[in-house]
Design a protein around this ligand. Sequence first.
Ligand SMILES: *Cc1c(COP(=O)(O)O)cnc(C)c1O
Length: 468
Amino acid sequence: MSSLFRHIPSVDRFLLELEGDQALAGLPRQLLKDLVAEFLDLCREEIRAGIVTDESALSFATLAARAGAYVRARSRPHFRRVVNATGVVIHTNLGRSILAAEAVAAVAEGCRHYSNLEMDLDTGQRGSRYSHVEKLLCRLTGAEAGLVVNNNAAAVLLVLDTLARGREVVVSRGQLVEIGGSFRIPEVMKKSGAVLREVGATNRTHLRDYEGAIGADTAMLMKVHTSNYRIIGFHKEVELPELVALGRERGLPVFEDLGSGNLFDFSPYGFMPEPTVQQVLKSGVDVLSFSGDKLLGGPQAGIIVGRKAYIDLIKKNQLNRALRIDKMTLAALEATLRLYLDPELARRKVPTLAMITAGREELTARARRLGRRLSKELTGLAEVRVKPGFSRVGGGSFPEQDLPTALVAVRPLSTDVETLRQGLLAEDIPVAGRVEDGAFCLDPRTLMNEEFALVAGALRAVLAGGAK
Ligand SMILES: *Cc1c(COP(=O)(O)O)cnc(C)c1O
């Protein structure tokens, strides 16, 4: 064993070799040196553990190739593009919504140059960053006023803190939900300093439950969209118009956390009924909040709209300063909202909308095209076929809605599908898909045509590599 250690070449020899590697050009020398040293430690570890028992595995050519791959994998940016072949449109782990080209351009323009972020160009005086989207939001939703913050969790926190700190907020027990990650209504409530007054039962809440809970300490009535959670069967919640009527009668504001919040009406596309933000506001709710990067298909943001008197109070809250939206987000949000001025334009240009409304025929044609390409490029490596399947909206939106699609199923011939799945995630541009019935499945709904070549290349690299 000890003689094997002597076969490991020196760090300097690797440095000389790797400095000529185009893929590593521009890498700081000290980082390269550290990574090579790390790699050589790994080689010694392999000898000690008895993984490497033969000096042929320690030839300079073999080790230099491995060292190159090792350094490349560890020196590339940590935050990277991923190809989403999962068919989950608002994929929380993959960055939720991707932006329309118009929004991307607005972000680039807004950061490459100075901007009127907080300058009123009519007066030359200090302006408000919210002015860039407030009018647009009002026009699109019918609200009197609006503002935007970092995300919807921040929006809920800010609304509660402003309108209910130290006082009670009445919420149905059926709506005390946890939404992904760590957003839980009772906990957000506690953080805001508002006191949760839960009413009703898990499955059924009546108007009289709210009525009975209202007292001198009540600040607000709140409704929470249960997003990715449904109670079916013996179930009742109080509809928003009834809650609004009760709020009016008792002089209390009514706030709804709408979660996804769609400005676009999906019902003509065969979706289960889901009121748009415009429709919810029409029912008279005083304040409403929703996410920018779920069904809206914009950047991460929390949008708050409603009655001017309440929005003005929220804008003045000091906490708002800590939760405020940055200029890149504002640029992306304004550009996205502008597309919504023409709903059909939004449907075509906002990727989230285009993907969700894509029809089965179009998807099948695209799956066949990808399938043909993969069959050709993966000959002898995998069996490829196109089969019917389902995609999902994701992001807690339309949780029970199966979207019919066509999947390209790739069944590896000489390796197992789990190895393929992991190998694809280790590529420079990782490819995420799903495994179904022993095959790696790609859903064209979330793939762009320009990505077909990339997907084919990645599959080929992993499958050919694995067969070596
Ligand atoms: C997603 C969601 C949130 C959190 O929104 P973020 O934009 O992710 O902060 C809050 N409430 C509901 C009902 C949601 O669906």
